[in-house]
Write a protein that binds this ligand. Structure first.
Ligand code: HEM
Length: 347
């Protein structure tokens, strides 16, 4: 199925999986656990929000590319700024709604929760409830600060795992021998059973994890990261001065010669032998690195492995990564759509 850039178009191959729907499920699941709100409910995560988030990324890149808009004064008069305000209104509206709803629920259930915890032990708490607890019980955050965390969480968890899954399927579809190895590993763990995936299963899906890592190396969906320097940083030939913003080109780091002469090739096996990986611990920055590394990393691996374990037990994917034209933006997005076909495996 070629994922058409026009998301409303139906899949063109019979029997194709509703991947767009699934992408939303992944996003929905991660945000239920993070924010405690059901984002698979179309009234909560609607296309208006998704479009606004996508447009916001485009606006950021557009402003960055036009130096005259770097001036706050000139930018404040631009049409782009107007568009930005409209998008932000939609985005903030969403995080405010989430915040209001959870806060009301939190206050309503506060007493029951205390009794519950005393009698039944601690229960699972979404990240959002932890923020609210710190805010309401300890005064650690005000509403604006919580809302900003909610914004970060929605943007951080939005479309990331879904995009990585699309790239992974494209590469798996382009390398049939990789697909067969995945199938064999799945068969070893699950046999012919169509059961759900457990945490213990996930730790056994070593090759599948290597495939995910290799995909994120070749196609890092956050291809560039930015940091504002809070002190001077001395490099070999120059010093980056405090107060500047630096951009790190993750896409380039992932294809650097330190990965070996085959750095441009898709080889999941390299992840199975530490000797074939670069010595530098930050050579892989698919989830960024350091203190601000992605907080959803472990969750993302679990959800992506679970999804792939379900898909590849039943379906065979064909793809052609050579047709992919990717565009480096805030996220690495395909300009060409994804060339993927899916068919059911014969029993
Ligand atoms: C394969 C999936 C994912 C990838 C590749 C990914 C990648 C990243 C990257 C590269 C950053 C750092 C951005 C920077 O340094 O400027 C980041 C930050 C973040 N991610 Fe993820 N992410 C994924 C999934 C998720 C999920 C599922 C969630 C939430 C449930 C999440 C929540 C966050 C948050 C909150 C931050 C900001 C952390 C901070 O600034 O301290 N991510 N992610």
């Amino acid at each position: 199925w070629r994922r058409n850039p026009n998301k409303d178009d139906p899949p063109t191959f019979p029997g194709a999986l509703p991947l767009i729907g699934h992408a939303h499920l992944i996003l929905g699941d991660s945000l239920i656990t993070a924010l405690g709100v059901d984002f698979t409910d179309k009234n909560v995560l609607n296309s208006e929000y998704v479009n606004a988030a996508e447009q916001m990324f485009n606006i950021l890149v557009d402003r960055f590319q036009k130096f005259w808009w770097h001036s706050h004064f000139l930018y404040s008069w631009s049409s782009l700024r107007k568009k930005q305000d409209q998008c932000l209104k939609i985005l903030h509206n969403m995080s405010n709604t989430v915040l209001k709803k959870r806060k009301a629920d939190y206050l309503k259930n506060r007493n029951c929760k205390e009794i519950d915890e005393k009698t039944k032990g601690p229960k699972f708490k979404p990240f959002m409830d932890l923020l609210l607890e710190l805010s309401i019980e300890k005064g650690a955050f005000n509403d604006r600060e919580i809302r900003e965390h909610v914004d970060t969480m929605i943007v951080g968890g939005h479309d990331t795992s879904a995009s990585v899954l699309m790239y992974t399927m494209l590469l798996i579809g382009s390398y049939p021998q990789v697909q067969e190895k995945i199938f064999e590993e799945l068969h070893m763990v699950f046999g012919d059973d169509d059961r759900d995936v457990t945490k213990q299963d996930l730790s056994q899906l070593v090759y599948l994890e290597a495939v995910l890592k290799e995909t994120m190396r070749i196609y890092p969906i956050v291809p560039v990261t930015a940091r504002r320097l809070d002190k001077d940083v001395k490099l070999r030939n120059c010093t980056l001065t405090k107060g500047r913003t630096c951009f790190m080109f993750v896409y380039g780091v992932h294809r650097h010669p330190m990965w070996g002469p085959d750095s441009e090739e898709f080889k999941p096996e390299r992840w199975l032998d530490p000797a074939t990986l670069p010595e530098c611990p930050t050579a892989f920055a698919g989830f960024s690195m350091g203190r601000r590394i992605c907080i959803g990393k472990s969750y993302a691996y679990m959800s992506m492995k679970t999804t792939l374990a379900h898909v590849f037990r039943h379906y065979r994917v064909s793809g052609d990564h050579t047709q992919l034209v990717a565009k480096i933006d805030v996220m690495l997005k395909p300009d060409s759509g994804y060339y993927i076909t899916i068919e059911r495996r014969q029993k």
